[in-house]
Write a protein that binds this ligand. Structure first.
Ligand code: ATP
Ligand code: MG
Length: 419
């Protein structure tokens, strides 16, 4: 039996790659507008970075990592998110010595051993941005507004911004006490993972995907009522910056996000059009992460956006991207001399940045014309002995059927003048 791609992975086929390229280019162009530079980090990292950076009590570290020993016995993990590698690189290359904030973006595959389903893959791709070094709520609002600006440019509708604050270690301690008090009564009914989280990081129980746990935490106290003055002011600042741009948002106290390192702001942008896995973008602030990774105490904020879920959302809303699916010129050649000449001409056209192609399958003239149609050539030229003898060709506009006569030895200029 022929070998198939591993479970939970997806090939991007030629018919789909145009959409990928379109959204990736938009992401890059937008980052330029927002003064954000690209960072590329390795596909794998030391397992320790991922454990420390994401946190021992998260779903990712507890259940989803692709971890293996390499041939020298080192523990390696395929990157399950983009933030901790970006932080590691920022520290390793002393980028904090440059003017702050460091504004970075990445487009990267990420790997998580999940149960594959619609919108949930074992290898997916994320567009992420990070602002390192600013504690100001304007930075939080900027990352949210970039995500919304991207969706606006893609004409995505029906998105909901959900924001919350999970405070700092000071307010978290107070809140954890209240949450544990509440959960105590139902302790036995929590899933095994959450029982373990109860002592280590009770906040994570709010993010559990098990129905039973979800039911239990429904009426739990909410952290937003326990914020200290600084965190509360910060949250107000975020809201003000979102208000001034006219963004509507819900305050959703159940959002705590999947990673341990979050502080203060957490947010999710949700599409209601793609089923249960509707979070198209998630992010927040993680002021403790740099120190966790043995770096200087830099505050940080960012998001990760699933590109597959974005494309699913576009599809479900019937949004067609202006993907280029045409080539400029096809030359149908008849006979050996014409074939060589055609090969030479398409080469010259490409040098002039005009896309061009010819047959490579020894097709008949009829077959070549059919093929030209199939690949959406804008112009077709037939080249045979007669055309070679007379130094004359017809350039046919495939849309209008109109023909323009040109001299063969001036064909590049002739094509340039009509294209
Ligand atoms: P979820 O709650 O859906 O598991 P998460 O909290 O694990 O999400 P993040 O780690 O914040 O997600 O990842 C950022 C974004 O990446 C998500 O909002 C989503 O769009 C996308 N994403 C996460 N996991 C997957 C996956 N397994 N397959 C496809 N996209 C994913
Ligand atoms: Mg997850």
């Amino acid at each position: 039996m022929a070998i198939k791609a591993p479970r939970g992975t997806k090939d991007v086929l030629p018919s789909e790659s145009g959409s990928w390229q379109y959204v990736e280019k938009l992401m890059r162009d937008m980052c330029e507008l927002y003064n954000i530079k690209e960072i590329r980090t390795p596909t794998f990292e030391h397992t320790e970075l991922v454990q420390r950076g994401i946190g021992e009590t998260t779903d990712i570290v507890q259940k989803e990592m692709y971890t293996f020993l390499d041939r020298s016995g080192r523990s390696i993990t395929l990157k399950p998110e983009g933030t901790s590698p970006a932080v590691r690189a920022f520290i390793e290359h002393n980028l904090y010595n440059e003017p702050l904030p460091g504004k970075l973006f990445y487009i990267t595959p990420v790997f998580r051993y999940e149960k594959p389903q619609a919108g949930r893959l074992r290898e997916h791709h994320q567009f992420g941005i990070e602002i390192f070094g600013s504690k100001e709520p304007s930075a939080d609002a900027e990352v949210i507004s970039l995500a919304m600006d991207l969706y606006r440019r893609l004409k995505v509708k029906n998105l909901e911004i959900n924001i919350n604050s999970i405070g700092c270690s000071k307010c978290r301690a107070e809140y954890n006490k209240a949450l544990k008090e509440y959960l105590k009564a139902n302790m036995d009914e929590l899933c095994e993972t959450c029982k373990d989280r109860f002592d280590r990081n009770p906040l994570r129980i709010l993010d559990c995907k098990m129905d039973k746990c979800k039911e239990i935490v429904k009426d739990a106290p909410v952290i937003i009522d326990y914020l200290c003055e600084e965190c509360s002011d910060h949250f107000e600042g975020l809201k003000k910056h979102l208000d001034v741009l006219g963004y509507k948002y819900n305050i959703n106290p159940m959002i705590v996000r999947g990673l341990d390192y979050y502080t203060k702001t957490v947010f999710e942008i949700i599409s209601n059009d793609i089923g249960a896995q509707g979070t198209v973008c998630g992010g927040g602030r993680y002021d403790g992460l740099f120190e966790e990774c043995d770096g200087p105490p830099l505050p940080a904020v960012g998001f990760g956006m699933g590109i597959e879920r974005l494309l699913l959302t576009l599809q479900s809303q019937n949004i067609e991207l202006p993907v280029k699916n045409k080539i400029d010129v096809f030359i149908a050649a008849l006979g050996k001399d014409a074939e060589i000449k055609a090969f030479n001409i398409i080469n010259d056209l490409r040098k002039n940045n005009i896309s061009a192609d010819k047959d490579h399958m020894q097709r008949s003239l009829k077959g070549q014309m059919k093929y030209s149609d199939k690949i959406n050539a804008r112009y077709t030229i037939i080249l045979g002995d007669d055309e070679l003898d007379k130094n004359k060709v017809n350039i046919k506009n495939m849309e209008t059927g109109e023909q323009t006569e040109a001299e063969l030895d001036k064909i590049i200029d002739a094509i340039k003048s009509i294209i």
